[in-house]
Ligand binder design. Sequence first.
Ligand code: WCC
Ligand code: FE2
Length: 571
Amino acid sequence: RGICGADRHTIAARQVARMMAAGASAHAEHGRHILYALKKVVDGSVKAFSIRDEAKLVAVARRMGITTDGRTVNDVAGDVVAASFEDFGNQDEGKHSNWLRALLPAKRYERLKKLGVMAPNIDMGVAQLMSRTSIGCDADPLNIILGGIRAALGDLNGMALATELSDVLFGTPSPVVTQADLGVVKETAVNIALNGHNPLVAEAVCRVAAEMQDRAKALGAADGINLVGVCCTGNEVMLRHGVPLAANYLSQEMVMMTGAMDAMVVDVQCIMPGITAVAENFHTVVVTTHDENKIPGAVHRAVHPENALEAAREIVDLALGAYGRRNPKHIHLSDTKETCIVGFSAESIVDALARVNPQDPLKPLLDAIVSGAIQGVALFAGCNTTQLDQDMNYKMIGRELAKRNVLLLATGCGAGAFAKDGLMTSEATERWAGDGLKGVLTLLGKEAGLDGPLPLVFHMGSCVDNSRAVSVATALAEKLGVDLSDLPVVASAPEAMSEKAVSIGSWSVALGFPTHLGNIPQVMGSDQVVEIMTTGAKEAFGGYFMVEQDPVKAAQKLYDVILERRRGLGI
Ligand code: WCC
Ligand code: FE2
């Protein structure tokens, strides 16, 4: 007990609920940033960006119940912006998130509403959780965890709007072939790494780098400017522009240890402050770009939607300047890289299916699930942790489930792990998929005009793009007339580390998905909290946490859950 009398259950509940709120605040802030950019595009004060995907805007508006017929794109966008701001500002207790209503099956939305876990707005969910978990407030573990879930649903709200509005501004990803791992860093180019999460800065750098290629060549860099991605900003530009991915979270320092990284440009989230200490040993310039995310030892160039292109030019200039200061003795390149086919947004998955059945695109997928050719779907999300060999759990669990004909989706650092492991190729499908899964992916690959099957793992994007997987699950649930908790769909965060992963895992449970963790969460000191997050959660939401450290056993447990769900559906 603490000196105030808070026991281990209260303490563990408060701690994990605060992690949920912290994660939610991160994704919501990312969403807010993109939302402000879109607002400024709509009101004409930002010219550098524009509405690139009008079809997406219209689709989003319709799902939100906004009239689109006979209206200009800008008018519709204005209403989407206003509805999104409501999700941050609504004070009416009876009214809830516009984005969650658009994203979730009606059954799930109503169930969450009834359980009282939907805050009137995202910020309120986070702030109230911080308040109720401060000293001398809520001490009831179950009540605290439900408050945490209320904040965590704000995480999903923030990421849904971040993902969809990023697509509106920068384009919706579709399949693209690129490469992953440290070998994408080139000795013969000015290398710039794009690290963090919010794609706005990286989008600007991509644009100006294309215009500045000749400057790099004039300095002797035969291959011009080579942009590489790190972490989730890396995932964003990988899916939209085919920028190769150098590293996921835990190997971000290694990118600089190639000795050929001229600049690392960072925005927000999952950027190790240690990168500047590594950079000190090389010629690399580390550039921070968000005023609220500075790192001692980095150069700061504030980037806002208004000055994005000018600031990006200055940043590329810094990299060009650093290139001349390279020390050849410090260059140790890797030759490891894998080809990968990435870019599986919900829209691009539907497009691939529509080639088989244009009238009813979801039918081929549903038929495959009903027949058992595909037994179920597993979403791999979450981080790397120093508690484990980097990426190992993804590699092992992914292969085990693929053998059992489970369709694999991945985001964030999980997606990075699979990309580096060569599992995002046709060859991986040939080699690792069970016969049923291989058959479906081969048919879809053929219809898409590929030489071979679709890749074994579908790269859906960054961590905020987990909402893409929810869109796919919602489409399946609505087609079957069931709730998310009835689907043979599971989630796994086999190497979870960050507060964002805690938040994602928690809303995944609240949506009804069995959610696996491959390392021990920081709640095991309280059997009551463990009980709430496993059996208690299952009763309330249908979803629950399951912890299994052994990757082979974890795969079997996830598969068993998929089979249980199939039995529930009578298939
Ligand atoms: Ni999302 Fe986890 Fe990676 Fe960071 S980038 S380390 S939260 S999975
Ligand atoms: Fe991420």
